[in-house]
Design a protein around this ligand. Structure first.
Ligand code: FEO
Ligand code: CA
Ligand code: CA
Ligand code: CA
Length: 654
C-alpha cells in the first residue's frame, strides 16, 4: 500500500504505517506435489491437486530442496535497460510486450455483468475483479502427467490468485460522498481476492471464462479461525460467541503460495477499518493492544452502517483481523482459514521455503515504522505426496522475531507462551494471547526495530533471504543501528540474510545490507548501489521482491515521488552475485500515481505477471491523473494485471 493514502473522501489524511507504536526501548516448484487435479476430481470435491512450482522446472523436482544450494550459478540479467521516467502510461524494456490480462471491474464469475463505471453496484462488484490488485500467485495446473512435455504445460496454464488490498471511493465512483451504505457495500465487495484460471494460447495469455475455479472473496466471505488463538475470549463477538468464525479479510497486501498449492494472503493495515467516532480508547478492554496496532484507524467508516466495525459496540472484532489467511484455490466452496499461529500484525507477505528437514518456513514482515521481521517454522513436515495431509500444517509451529546484531550476526527469538517475559505478569495467559498481541510480545523480547519491513523472500537456489525495508522518515540519528543505518531513511534498503548452517529453521543467522536505496549521485542520500548502476537503474522504496527460478532478484517499488526522483514506481532487476552485486537495472514502470506490486514469474521464466495498483491515486473520478489502461472519457483508471512476455518468446532477461 502506498504510504500516504486512505480516507481522502473523509477529508482526512491517514497514513496507515504512521502509527509508529513500537516502543523505543528495544535494541534498536520448487516443490511439486505429486498428485494431479483433474476436473473430475474437482467436481467430486476431492483435494487431489496439480503441481505447484513457485520456482520453476529446474527447481520443480523435490530433490532440489535436498541438494546443496548453488550459490555461484546465478546468471546475470540480460536486457536493454528502460529509461526511468513517468507519464500516464506504463512502459517495459525494449523487446518485451506488456499486455493487460484483467482490469478492475472485468468479469471473474461467469454471470458477472459488464463493467459500467457510471452504474456500479455491490452485487456486480462481488462477481467482478476487485480493486487495487497487489499480491499475485501463480499455481500451475498440470497437464497429463504422462505427457513428456508436461513441465512446459506448467507455465502455460494455471491459477492466478490475486489480492485486492483496498479501495478509493473518490476515484472509483462518480459520487462517493457523502458516505452511503451503497458505497460502503461496493467497497466491501471490491476488497478481498480473486481466483482466476489463466491460459497461454498462441503466445498470449487470457482469463478462462466459465472456469470452475473462478472465485471472488470479499470483506463478507465467511472464514474460519484456526490455530492457538481460535476460540480465545478476545476473539469472541456477539455474532460469534465461539471465536472461530469471521466474515471477510481486509487490506490483503502481499502473500505467498504453499508447496501444496494453497494461497496465503496477508491482512496489512486492518486497523483502518475499525472506528470510534469519539476517538477515545480510554477504558476500552483492548486499550493497550489497540494503541499498539493503531486502532481505531478511522479510514473507512464502515461502522456507520455495520456495528462490527465500531470498536465500542463490538470491542473484539478488530482482534479477528491482522492474520495470514490460507485459501484453497482449487475448491471454490472451501472456507478460507485465518491461521493464527503465524501471528497478528500488519502482515506484508508470507513467502515460504521448504527447509532441508522438510518443515515449511514462512518469512514475514510487519509493515510499520519501527516494526519487525518474523518467521514461522512448522512443527510438522511438508508431505509431498498427499496434499490433504498438509491441511493443518500451519496451525502448529513456532513464530520467531528477528534481532539483528551490530556485528552482522542475528538471532530469531521465539514467541512462545511461558518462555521469558511472555507470561501472566505481562498479561499473557496462553499462546493465543501471545499471538493476538504479537507486537507487544515481540517488544518484550527485544526485537530489532526496522525501517518498515515489506516483502521477505528466500531464494530456493542460494538459500539467501531478502528483506525489503521500504523507508522510515521518522528514524532519528539517535535511533540508527547497524541494520537500519540511516536517519530519516526516505528511500529504504535491502538486507540479505544467510541462515546459519543453511538451515532455515536455525535460530541464528548472519546478515548484510545488499543495497541502501536512493540516488547514488546525491551524497546526502547515502545510497550504495554498485557503481555500474546507471542513472535509470537506481530505485527507492523497495516493497515486493521476487526471486526467479534462476535465483535472480527483482524488486518492485512503492512510493517514489516522480516529481522529485524523476521516476515512477516500477520493477528493477538487482544483481546479487559476484562483482556485479548491487547493480540495479530498470525493466518496467507504472503509470501516474500507481505502485508496482505482485511480480510473479511462471516456472519457465517466459511470463512475468505484474500488478499495477492505484493508478491515478490522489486524484478523482471526474479528473483523474491518468485514465490508464483504457484512456476513455468517463472511464476512471483501473488497477490491472499486466503480463510481460518477450517478443518472439523466450526467457525473460536471458
Ligand atoms: Fe500494502 Fe506494505 O504494502
Ligand atoms: Ca508499500
Ligand atoms: Ca506492499
Ligand atoms: Ca515476493
Amino acid at each position: 500500500m502506498k504510504h500516504d493514502v486512505h480516507g481522502s473522501r473523509l477529508g482526512e489524511v491517514v497514513d496507515p504505517e504512521d502509527i509508529g507504536t513500537s516502543p523505543g526501548d528495544n535494541p534498536t516448484m520448487g516443490d511439486v506435489i505429486a498428485e494431479r487435479l483433474s476436473r473430475r476430481d474437482l467436481a467430486k470435491g476431492l483435494l487431489a491437486v496439480s503441481a505447484i512450482a513457485a520456482a520453476g522446472p529446474a527447481a520443480a523436482l523435490p530433490a532440489v530442496q535436498r541438494t546443496p544450494y548453488r550459490p555461484n550459478t546465478t546468471p546475470h540479467f540480460r536486457f536493454t535497460e528502460l529509461a526511468a521516467g513517468h507519464d500516464e502510461d506504463d512502459h517495459v524494456a525494449e523487446g518485451y510486450d506488456a499486455d493487460i490480462l484483467i482490469r478492475w471491474g472485468d468479469k471473474v464469475l461467469s454471470d458477472a455483468p459488464a463493467f459500467d463505471p457510471q452504474n456500479q453496484s455491490a452485487a456486480a462488484q462481488a462477481k467482478q475483479f476487485g480493486y487495487n490488485n497487489d499480491f499475485l500467485g501463480y499455481i500451475p495446473l498440470a497437464r497429463d502427467p504422462h505427457d513428456p512435455d508436461w513441465c512446459n504445460g506448467l507455465s502455460e496454464h494455471g491459477l492466478l490468485v490475486v489480492n485486492h488490498e483496498y479501495t478509493d471511493a473518490d476515484l472509483m465512483l462518480p459520487v462517493a460522498s457523502p458516505v452511503t451504505q451503497a458505497v460502503v457495500d461496493i467497497e466491501m465487495a471490491a476488497h478481498g481476492g480473486s481466483v482466476l484460471e489463466v491460459k497461454k494460447h498462441s503466445g498470449k495469455w487470457h482469463v478462462v471464462h466459465g472456469s470452475p475455479y473462478a472465485r471472488r472473496i470479499t470483506a463478507t466471505t465467511e472464514m474460519a479461525i484456526s490455530g492457538p488463538a481460535a476460540g480465545n475470549a478476545k476473539l469472541k463477538t456477539s455474532a460469534d460467541p465461539t471465536g472461530r468464525k469471521v466474515y471477510g479479510m481486509l487490506n490483503n497486501c502481499a502473500g505467498g503460495v504453499t508447496p501444496w498449492g494453497t494461497w496465503l494472503t496477508c491482512e496489512e493495515n486492518f486497523n483502518g477499518y475499525f472506528s470510534d467516532p469519539s476517538a477515545s480508547l480510554t477504558g476500552h478492554p483492548n486499550e493497550a493492544s489497540f494503541r499498539r496496532y493503531g486502532i481505531p484507524g478511522n479510514s473507512f467508516r464502515w461502522d456507520t452502517f455495520y456495528d462490527r466495525f465500531d470498536i465500542k459496540k463490538e470491542p473484539n472484532e478488530a482482534n479477528r483481523f491482522g492474520w495470514v489467511i490460507e485459501i484453497d484455490p482449487f475448491d471454490p466452496t472451501s472456507t478460507p482459514i485465518k491461521r493464527t499461529a503465524l501471528g497478528r500484525f500488519k502482515h506484508e507477505g508470507a513467502e515460504n521455503i521448504v527447509n532441508r528437514d522438510g518443515r515449511l518456513v514462512v518469512y514475514m514482515g510487519d509493515d510499520e515504522r519501527f516494526d519487525y521481521v518474523y518467521k514461522f517454522v512448522t512443527e510438522g513436515k511438508v508431505d509431498r505426496t498427499h496434499r490433504a495431509r498438509n491441511r493443518d500444517l500451519l496451525d502448529k509451529g513456532i513464530l520467531y522475531v528477528a534481532r539483528f546484531g551490530a556485528d552482522g550476526t542475528g538471532t530469531w527469538l521465539p514467541l512462545v507462551y511461558g518462555q521469558g517475559p511472555l507470561n501472566a505478569a505481562n498479561g499473557f495467559a496462553s499462546q493465543g494471547d501471545v499471538l493476538i498481541e504479537t507486537r507487544r510480545a515481540a517488544d518484550l523480547l527485544g526485537a530489532t526495530r526496522m525501517d518498515r519491513p515489506e516483502d521477505v523472500e528466500a531464494s530456493k537456489i542460494s538459500g539467501k533471504i531478502y528483506v525489503a525495508l521500504t523507508n522510515n522518515s521518522r528514524r532519528t540519528a539517535a535511533q540508527v543501528d547497524a541494520a537500519n543505518p540511516r536517519a530519516s531513511n526516505l528511500f529504504g534498503h535491502i538486507i540479505e540474510i544467510t541462515p546459519d548452517y543453511r538451515d532455515h529453521a536455525a535460530t541464528t543467522f548472519t546478515w548484510e545490507i545488499l543495497v541502501t536505496c536512493g540516488n547514488p549521485l546525491d551524497p546526502a542520500v547515502g545510497a550504495s548501489f554498485n557503481p555500474a548502476t546507471t542513472e535509470n537503474g537506481w530505485f527507492g522504496m523497495p516493497d515486493n521482491v521476487a526471486v526467479d527460478s534462476h535465483g535472480r532478484l527483482w524488486v518492485a517499488t512503492d512510493g517514489q515521488n516522480a516529481d522529485s526522483t524523476g521516476r515512477a514506481d516500477g520493477l528493477w532487476a538487482l544483481e546479487t552475485k559476484g562483482p556485479a552485486r548491487g547493480t540495479a537495472k530498470h525493466f518496467y514502470h507504472v503509470p501516474t500515481d500507481a505502485e508496482m506490486c505482485g511480480p510473479r514469474f511462471t516456472p519457465d521464466l517466459e511470463t512475468l505477471f505484474l500488478a499495477v495498483q492505484h493508478p491515478g491515486e490522489d486524484s478523482s473520478f471526474d479528473d483523474p491523473s491518468t485514465r490508464w489502461p483504457d484512456f476513455q472519457d468517463g472511464v476512471p483508471p483501473r488497477p490491472s494485471v499486466v503480463v510481460i512476455t518477450k517478443k518472439g518468446g523466450g526467457k525473460i532477461a536471458f
